[in-house]
Design a protein around this ligand. Structure first.
Ligand code: ATP
Ligand code: MG
Length: 753
């Protein structure tokens, strides 16, 4: 194995192959790179791929790591290696053996929303007032308990035994019982049940202990207690555990991550070898200096001395905006400037502390005509029509999944009202069977019409279940959409909403097809599992031509040439909660450190004197983190301008955002002044279809034209046809294949080639 592309310390870490190893190092010092080389080296030394288990923070990081390893050791070599998030690894283990815990292998994975539905139902049944015990709070408490490996009874034994705790205990028990009946697991269960499987069935544990001769974990500072236990059990025999992390980047304490896992690694495992990497390869000296200065203000940390050979680079630019719109306009202006100087949009990221801040920035990107992607926000799979379709698929795989069944039983409308469902549920409860089981033969207490409707629905579902094995997966999903009438029910909506929803359902079929091609798996259960395991942090697709907008949390582990951190204000970042508590303040400062160290070459910080957020106007002081960066590293944009023009007073006109009326109404796809966009044909009006007659639109696009779509990126027009509001266009996209849109509302514009 050629380790010459590593420095001596990294090389040491990649070549010590036995025993527990801790790589504790600052940001950008090559931890992830070293981990990748170490895996390649293990393979090179004859460790079989199936004997390696590597866990990373996102599915995307896992995919990338597999690719990088294969680049080092040859294609196909790493195929049998297990690599993924903790959750995906656990699901794989559970699919094999969960029957030993009394669940079916076809179990469904419930997301937050499914959990709430169960909790609401149970509270109703138990006559618990939702105001007294809000289901969201219960969900949080249950999750906390599970992450401490406590059952409902154990949790209660430790509680204050108040009236509230008693009720919570009842709901907790009912929740657990219900999930078991539905053959469903929540996200926390995935880990907890795996541990339970190991504890209750020593041969299963022994099998995995023997199988995985080497376990490696990236971002170890963000593991929680259950994950720690999982890793400890798996490596108890081999003792071959390599963990990589940075205590200064632990940012998930609020979600149960325990920073002690990394700080006490040397105590928890015997004969640990510790490797510290101190050279940063990512950032310029100025950026690194700023990061070091900020994090030095934290008390509970292991001292590290990160250095770099890189030149000082540019100073950090600071902009104090009048308000959040002015701030967003400044960011867009700078992004455009960088692009003009040759930096690709994909090399830029805009970071913020919380999601709601993204709205204004996103709007400004739309108006400025700059391509961007918001990472997070509403996921494709969270859209209503997509969830409806998935619910059908889930019931087909696991008919006991009653949450999904109740979602679809009268959707599309088929005259099965709430009262009917309640009677069916009562019947199921008295027979002690899942709701689905009573559908083929509905109770006689129902009147004729609902009985018939329920019977028809049961027949439909049985037909679908039977059809499943007779056609390729993507075709089957399309079949479900049309047989259930999910397609058709959209017909009644207005044209715009209809097209958007129909596009989403088409997109779902495309996603299934893509899954089949990429994974080589053709089972419906495999596809559904893949959907369930997509996390908030996996929503970014690789898109070289887009600026990425995301939260600071989501940026962990990533790097960009230019990084903008917006909203550098007290109460926003640090968040108002952190301002009150020391511990939270330290975690918040680590988040600032994560943000700053994402930047390779340029860092831009901004704040607003006045900010409207959550429908409130705020005047926040500049963030304490700004004060922690020495002035010598900062170029205060306004101050410099004042000095240059010899102005006394700090008043200046804010960067004026383009007015909505300049290019059309906001929120309607890409409206822009084409002259401002590099590469856009002059004189072209970008897709404000409503302002143009449709014949003008038809004339505008010709087969062969290159266009940019807001969601799918660049493509080539294949065909334009139809008249008026019915006019349609088909476009062939590089990454997504051919797609069809309604011409009048598609968010597209022409680009020069
Ligand atoms: P983070 O703490 O943000 O997760 P990290 O420690 O995992 O960072 P990497 O992402 O592995 O760091 O590396 C940061 C950058 O430095 C990458 O672009 C990587 O390719 C580069 N790099 C790391 N080590 C070396 C090296 N020895 N020579 C050249 N480049 C390196
Ligand atoms: Mg890393």
């Amino acid at each position: 194995m050629d380790l010459s592309k590593l420095n001596p310390v990294q090389r040491e870490a990649a070549s010590v192959l036995e025993g527990p190893l801790l790589i504790l190092a600052g940001a950008g010092s090559g931890k992830t790179r070293t981990l990748t080389y170490r895996i390649a080296n293990l393979l090179d030394h004859g460790v079989p791929a199936y004997g390696i288990l590597a866990m990373t923070f996102t599915n995307k990081a896992a995919r990338e790591m597999r690719e990088r390893v294969e680049k080092l050791v040859g294609p196909g070599t790493a195929e049998d290696m297990w690599i993924g998030t903790f959750h995906s690894v656990c699901v794989r283990i559970l699919r094999r053996d969960i029957e030993k815990l009394g669940y079916q292998r076809s179990f469904t994975i419930y997301d937050d929303d499914d959990q709430l539905r169960v909790l609401k139902d149970q509270e109703k049944k138990l006559n618990v007032d939702e105001k007294f015990l809000p289901p969201k709070e219960v969900r949080r408490e249950i999750s906390n308990a599970k992450n401490r490996l406590l059952s409902a009874d154990e949790w209660f034994a430790q509680s204050d035994k108040s009236r509230r705790s008693q009720l919570l205990h009842d709901v907790f028990l009912a929740y657990e019982q219900t999930l078991r009946e539905y053959s469903a697991l929540d996200f926390d269960d995935l880990l907890v049940k795996t541990l339970q499987l190991f504890m209750d069935n020593p041969p299963v544990l022994e099998y995995y202990q023997r199988k995985f001769r080497h376990v490696l974990v990236d971002e170890y500072q963000d593991t929680n207690y259950v994950q720690y236990e999982f890793v400890r059990l798996l490596t108890a025999v081999s003792n071959n555990l390599c963990v990589v992390g940075d205590d200064d980047q632990s940012i998930y304490g609020w979600r149960g991550a325990d920073i002690r896992n990394i700080l006490e690694f040397e105590k928890d495992f015997q004969n640990v070898r510790v490797v510290k990497l101190e050279q940063n390869y990512r950032s310029t000296a100025n950026i690194l200096d700023a990061a070091n200065q900020v994090i030095a203000h934290n008390e509970g940390r292991k001292e590290k001395a990160l250095w770099t050979e890189a030149p000082a680079g540019e100073k950090i630019q600071l902009y104090t905006a009048q308000d959040e719109r002015d701030e967003a306009a400044w960011i867009c202006q700078r992004a455009r400037q960088l692009h003009g100087q040759g930096m690709s949009f994909g090399e830029m990221a805009v970071l913020y502390r919380s999601h709601p801040q993204s709205r204004v920035i996103e709007e400004m990107f739309v108006r400025s005509g700059l391509p961007y992607r918001v990472f997070g926000g509403t996921r494709f799979y969270d859209r209503r029509e997509v969830k409806d379709a998935l619910a059908y698929l889930r019931v087909i795989v696991n008919p006991a999944d009653t949450v999904s069944l109740k979602r679809i039983i009268n959707n599309p409308k088929r005259s099965i009202g709430d009262a009917t469902v309640a009677q069916l549920e009562a019947e199921a409860a008295s027979q002690q069977v899942p709701l689905f089981s009573v559908l083929p033969d509905p109770p006689l207490s129902l009147s004729a019409r609902p009985r018939r409707c329920v019977g028809d629905f049961a027949e439909l579902m049985f037909r679908l279940i039977a059809a499943q094995d007779n056609m390729p997966l993507a075709e089957f999903v399309q079949h479900v959409l049309s047989e259930t009438g999910l397609d058709a029910q959209l017909d009644n909506e207005d044209a715009e909403a209809y097209t958007a929803r129909r596009d989403n359902l088409l997109e779902l079929v495309a996603a299934v097809r893509e899954y089949e091609t990429k994974s080589g798996d053709h089972t419906l259960s495999g596809y559904l599992e893949n959907v369930s395991l997509i996390t908030d942090l996996d929503r970014q697709e690789d898109a070289p031509q887009y600026v990425t907008l995301m939260t600071l949390h989501a940026a962990k582990g990533l790097e960009y040439d230019a990084v903008f951190i917006s909203g550098m204000e007290e109460n926003l970042f640090p968040s108002y909660r952190a301002v009150m508590e020391d511990d939270r303040m330290e975690e918040e400062r680590r988040l600032a450190y994560v943000g700053i160290t994402r930047a390779r070459k340029l860092l831009f910080l901004s704040l607003a004197r006045q900010r409207t957020i959550y429908n409130q106007i705020n005047h926040n002081a500049p963030s304490i983190f700004l004060k922690e960066i020495p002035e010598r590293l900062i170029n205060d944009v306004q101050k410099t301008a004042r000095q240059r023009f010899g102005e006394e007073t700090p008043r200046r006109a804010p960067v004026r955002p383009p007015r909505p009326t300049d290019f059309g109404t906001p929120g309607m796809g890409l409206k822009r002044d084409p002259a401002q966009i590099p590469g856009v044909t002059k004189g072209f009006v970008a897709s404000p279809a409503r302002a143009l007659s449709s014949s003008a639109l038809l004339n505008m696009y010709r087969p062969g034209d290159r266009v940019m779509h807001r969601k799918f990126g660049e493509g080539t027009v294949e065909r334009v046809w139809g008249k008026g509001g019915e006019a349609r266009i088909s476009i062939s996209f590089t990454a997504y294949g051919v797609k069809e849109f309604s011409l009048s509302i598609a968010p597209i514009f022409k680009i020069d080639t």
